[in-house]
Write a protein that binds this ligand. Structure first.
Ligand code: MGD
Ligand code: MGD
Ligand code: SF4
Ligand code: MO
Length: 721
């Protein structure tokens, strides 16, 4: 080797460095852990991602989103300091000024219009500590009743149904490892293969062990292709289908009479009601052959073990609560719960979808899944917080209703942390107009999202690589997120931002923490004795593989399987759902004859703010589209891969057509990961479930038409005819 080469090698070695950082994917509820290796070679940075083989949930797997997640966190578009909008332009300001401004605006509005003139809107990406603190900030810092979060759009139907049926809502009732031994699995409106890809090997194992898998979805997906049976249900009719399945289970004696007698209430009444149910009518309502209902019920009925999973496909409906309850009836009637490989799971969505809804971001909830309207719960939390119970606000309204309050100018300022409602709310045009009415909008984000773009003030927050804390994954396992990357200099953690604002509002005594662990320890106390009891979970334990709640005392092993001996209701019984009265979804009309349903694709996450800033993911999936059946397309004179206008009562969007025989002829499907003019929520239906206030993202009556594009060469622009 020449001296010169030797010299450069040595120089390069001196200038190279490697940092290995433990972390956890910021996206879905699997919360797969990993190591990110950041290499500096001369002036270049290189990143490698290594899954964590010791992770008990992901078992050492990562999907493409997890492998590329760091790309958004290191993206140059990150907001690096507070930004204030002056004459439509973003101006860099100091934290001191930003905090002063917030204190002044909030105090002024509250003294003029009352405490409830400020709204708080949170998200399921926040850590447990931050979700907890945001709830406390609304109730103690601002003393407003108006707080809610994006989980309202996500899990509220399943959560309310589980609470009503079982007395507790912990996503999945069993550990994932039990799936392998389930002999029949019903996947209702859940596209696990694309939305929780690293969960799939659990189901593959089950299949290898002889499980029969039934997928219920109006269109073909990677999940339905994996299943043994695909019921291509008409959107919005799943409750009817579940009633049909129960009728077959009852009529053909697949019920576990002993379990029903010992552990449940309300079965006799339901049995009576089933006499009036006609399978032929149900098959017609659902747009499927009657034989499929019979086959599916028999498969589930005769299987020794079985599990039912639901997700947003059956939950995001005006009757989402009822629908999930009807699926829970199947589990109860067959006694397939509380035993090995028998149970139910609502597949949670966001990284902290589960923990985010347990500790007080929800309008009616206090930490530990306590109720803000229950006197004992209020007293307990007031005591932990060191405030007078009478000072705690009462319950507020759900996320979409909060936007309505803004529209009605009852809420004058909004503090938004970890959500992008301009893209993710139904009826997005209305939402945008409502937010324009705000006197003061503060958005805490890593990026200038579509909603942040409308703000007066943007506060920059740290990413998952920088922000330590705990998350509760889809198993109900509380896990620790290492965050070993240094935050950009002027960027703060969400929890620090909340504390700083509270201090500037003169509430320092309630928001003084040295570390996230200190916040967690307060959360543990606040949850003690509540439904979601985290008291026995310490930082030492979460750093070591995680603990499944409830975990009421230190040393408790955590609850691996729920309901082995009793349900969590006050009398220990689970309750069958009695209501057959179903709210009708938006009906197709002559003007809007098709049903639009919406959802996700593998490459993008929610409103795409993060994944659209990940080069690799954007490369794989650049633009939105709409799936249309070829026969439907022909009827509407629509070709493949052309621009199509989708129109509803509420508005319209233009996306590319994708013809596929996989979808029902009366249904079209579009993902919702894009904003502005391609935001599908400009079209969707904001009708809310009366119990859980979930909007009906999955059924909107629409029309479609092809847009003819002509290139006018001279003008170098595209003209829409
Ligand atoms: N790649 C990716 N993964 C994600 C996310 C993401 O944005 N991208 N988001 C995360 C979050 S927050 C969530 S909540 C979960 C969501 O996870 P899922 O609920 O699995 O996702 P969706 O695509 O919304 O809906 C699931 C399926 O429901 C079907 N469906 C639509 N309407 C109906 C209906 O009326 N009845 C039935 N039976 N099925 C219907 C859709 O065709 C779709 O295949 O995913 C999480 N994981
Ligand atoms: N049509 C249709 N609409 C839907 C759905 C559907 O199926 N169809 N699904 C609904 C569901 S299930 C969900 S969960 C919602 C989600 O919708 P949103 O709540 O809008 O979720 P995100 O797109 O993740 O927006 C989160 C924003 O917070 C930022 N962010 C990420 N992590 C953090 C953090 O730790 N702190 C802070 N301060 N900011 C952070 C991101 O950059 C992004 O701008 O969308 C709902 N909307
Ligand atoms: S997106 Fe979900 S499945 Fe994929 S790596 Fe992240 S946490 Fe795991
Ligand atoms: Mo979600």
């Amino acid at each position: 080797m020449s001296d010169l080469i030797q010299y450069f090698r040595e120089k390069q070695l001196k200038q190279s460095s490697e940092q290995i950082m433990k972390g956890r994917c910021p996206y879905c509820s699997m919360q797969c852990s990993m190591e990110l290796i950041e290499e500096h070679v001369i002036k270049r940075k290189r990143f490698k991602v290594k899954p964590n083989k010791q992770d008990p949930t992901s078992e050492g797997r990562l999907c493409i989103k997890g492998l590329q997640a760091h790309q958004h966190a290191i993206n140059g578009e990150r907001v690096k300091y507070p930004l204030f909008k002056i004459d439509g332009e973003w101006v860099r300001i100091s934290w001191e000024l930003a905090l002063e401004m917030i204190a002044e605006q909030f105090s002024q509005l509250q003294s003029e219009f009352g405490n409830d003139s400020i709204g708080v809107y949170g998200g399921g990406s926040l850590t447990n500590e931050e979700a907890y603190l945001l709830g406390k900030f609304a109730r103690v810092g601002l003393q407003t009743k108006y707080i809610d979060y994006n989980g309202r759009f996500c899990m509220s139907a399943a959560a309310s149904a589980q609470n009503a049926t079982f007395g507790i809502d912990r996503g999945i009732t069993n550990q994932l490892s039990e799936i392998a031994d389930a002999k029949c699995i019903i996947l209702a409106g859940t596209n696990i293969a694309e939305c929780q890809p690293t969960i799939m090997p659990y189901f593959r194992k089950a299949k290898k062990n002889g499980a029969y898998i039934i997928a219920i979805d109006p269109r073909e997906t990677a999940t339905t292709k994996f299943a043994d049976m695909h019921i291509k249900v008409k959107p919005g009719t799943d409750a009817n289908l579940a009633i049909g399945l129960l009728k077959v289970l009852v009529d053909e004696n697949y019920c576990d009479e002993a379990f029903i007698a010992d552990r449940t209430k309300g079965f006799d009444l339901i049995k009576e009601q089933l006499n009036e149910v006609s399978l032929t009518t149900i098959a017609k309502q659902c747009g499927i052959p009657k034989e499929e209902i019979l086959d599916a019920a028999r498969q589930y009925g005769k299987a020794e073990t079985g599990m039912v999973f639901t997700a947003r496909g059956v939950e995001q409906h005006a009757n989402g609560y009822q629908t999930v309850r009807h699926f829970l009836n199947l589990v109860l009637a067959t006694g397939k719960i509380g035993k090995h490989a028998c149970g139910y799971g609502a597949i949670t969505g966001q990284g902290n979808g589960q923990g985010g809804r347990e500790h007080g971001q929800k309008a009616d909830q206090l930490p530990g899944y306590r109720s803000i309207e229950n006197e004992a719960d209020r007293k307990y939390i007031a005591n932990v917080w060191g405030v007078d119970e009478a000072e705690l606000p009462r319950k507020g309204v759900s996320a979409y209703e909060l936007i309505e309050k803004i529209d009605q100018e009852e809420i004058k300022a909004l503090f938004l942390m970890g959500s992008n409602p301009v893209v993710s709310s139904p009826n997005a045009i209305f939402v945008e107009k409502a937010l324009e009415k705000l006197d003061f909008l503060v958005v805490v984000d890593m990026f200038i999202s579509e909603t942040a773009q409308m703000a007066d003030l943007i506060l920059p927050t740290t990413s998952y690589l920088e922000d330590e804390g705990t998350m509760t994954n889809l198993e109900g396992r509380v896990v620790y997120r290492h965050a070993e990357r240094k935050a950009p200099k002027e960027v703060k953690h969400d929890w620090e931002i909340i504390c700083d604002i509270a201090k500037s509002l003169g509430k320092e005594q309630y928001f003084s923490y040295e570390s996230v662990e200190e916040i967690f320890n307060e959360l543990r106390k606040a949850s003690k004795g509540g439904t979601a009891d985290y008291y026995g979970i310490t930082y030492d334990r979460v750093k070591d593989g995680g603990v499944l709640w409830p975990c009421p005392v230190e040393g408790h092993p955590g609850t691996l399987r729920l309901f082995e001996n009793a349900f969590h209701t006050s009398d220990g019984f689970a309750t069958f759902n009695l209501s057959h009265e179903l709210i009708r979804s938006e009906k197709a009309t002559k003007k809007f004859p098709l049903v639009l349903t919406t959802g996700r694709i593998m490459e993008h996450y929610l409103t795409g703010v993060q994944t659209r800033r990940s080069q690799e993911l954007l490369e794989r999936s650049k633009e939105p589209y709409v799936e249309i059946h070829p026969e439907t397309a022909e009827q509407y004179n629509i070709e493949n891969d052309v621009m199509v206008r989708i129109e509803s009562k509420r508005g319209s969007v233009i996306v590319k057509s994708k013809l596929t025989e996989g979808i029902r002829k009366d249904t079209i499907f579009a993902p919702f990961h894009w904003g502005d003019s391609q935001c599908i929520n400009r079209v969707t239906n904001p009708v809310l479930d009366p119990v859980c206030r979930m909007p009906e993202f999955k059924v909107s009556a629409v029309n479609i038409s092809q847009i003819k594009l002509t290139k006018v060469k001279q003008q170098k622009q595209t003209v829409v005819i």
